[in-house]
Write a protein that binds this ligand. Structure first.
Ligand SMILES: Nc1ncnc2c1ncn2[C@@H]1O[C@H](COP(=O)(O)OP(=O)(O)OP(=O)(O)O)[C@@H](O)[C@H]1O
Ligand SMILES: [Mg+2]
Length: 253
């Protein structure tokens, strides 16, 4: 079953200095419960694609269909921005609690349990009363991830959420995210420019090429859990996707 269907998306930014044909056409069906990584070099339109899927950007043409849930309701969509986008005037606790408060029907004790569990998962329990400016960039990014997970989204869209973190922290959070995804049966679209991150996380990788952003390759990643970055199969995927990347860069130059 499809969770998300992207049909012929085209987006051009009209600037004084000229038009930037950023995207498309891009068509993509994302099966329910899948973990899709959108991989591509900088500036190829990954953020534009994700923002358009989330309804934050209006396409010139094409459409995005979000399939209703089994109960007929619209899916809950979570979004993690490339840069945290936390409310600076709210504590970390209040930031993460915000989506639950906004829902209006979740009592304080339940909210506290949910926020506590999610802060624990991302390793920020000791910083719940801190404010965003008191945290490192990486910690702010973890708080943003917690805020997007607290409502248990059906569809989670993430834009390079771990790219500013050190390797160790980033790998810990990748593992957390994969485990969360397996438990929650959510559909995930994860944007990255890191081939290794994509191979570790994804069930399927979609490679975007430059100007305009378009799909140049779809690659299923069939690796057993837990995934090992050192296994020969892992390395095979890495090498093969790196080749596609190099071809893209040669094409551009
Ligand atoms: N609001 C905007 N106005 C004008 N041009 C834009 C805007 N947003 C993106 N672009 C242009 O569209 C192209 C795609 O940008 P986008 O941010 O989607 O790329 P990206 O793949 O996410 O890059 P990165 O890996 O650096 O985050 C780029 O050439 C960019 O300059
Ligand atoms: Mg981007």
């Amino acid at each position: 079953m499809t969770a998300l269907n992207v049909i012929g998306l085209v987006k051009t930014f009209r600037e004084k200095s000229g038009d930037v044909h950023a995207l498309g056409p891009v068509s993509l069906d994302v099966p329910q419960g899948s973990f899709l990584c959108v991989l591509g070099p900088t500036g190829c339109g990954k953020t534009t694609l994700l923002r358009t899927i989330a309804g934050l950007e209006i396409p010139d043409s094409g459409s995005v269909e979000l399939m209703p849930r089994a109960d007929g309701r619209l899916p809950v969509v979570g979004y993690v921005f490339q840069q945290g986008a936390l409310f600076p005037w709210m504590s970390i606790y209040a930031n993460v609690e915000f989506p639950l408060r906004a829902q209006g029907n979740i009592d304080r004790i339940t909210r506290r349990q949910k926020v506590g569990a999610i802060l624990d998962m991302v390793g920020l329990s000791d910083f719940s009363s801190s404010y965003p400016h008191q945290l490192s960039g990486g910690m702010q990014q973890r708080a943003a991830l917690a805020r997007s997970l607290v409502k248990q989204p059906d569809i989670l869209l993430l834009d390079e959420p771990f790219s500013s973190l050190d390797t160790r922290t980033s790998q810990d959070l990748q593992e957390n995210l994969r485990n969360t995804w397996k438990e929650a049966a959510a559909t995930v679209v994860f944007v990255t420019h890191s081939i290794e991150e994509a191979v570790y996380l994804a069930g399927e990788v979609v490679v975007l090429g430059h100007r305009p952003g378009r799909i140049v390759r779809r690659q299923a990643i069939n690796l057993p859990d837990p995934r090992s970055r050192l296994s020969p199969e892992f390395t095979e995927y890495l090498v093969s996707l790196r080749r596609t990347f190099e071809e893209l860069v040669e094409e551009r130059d």
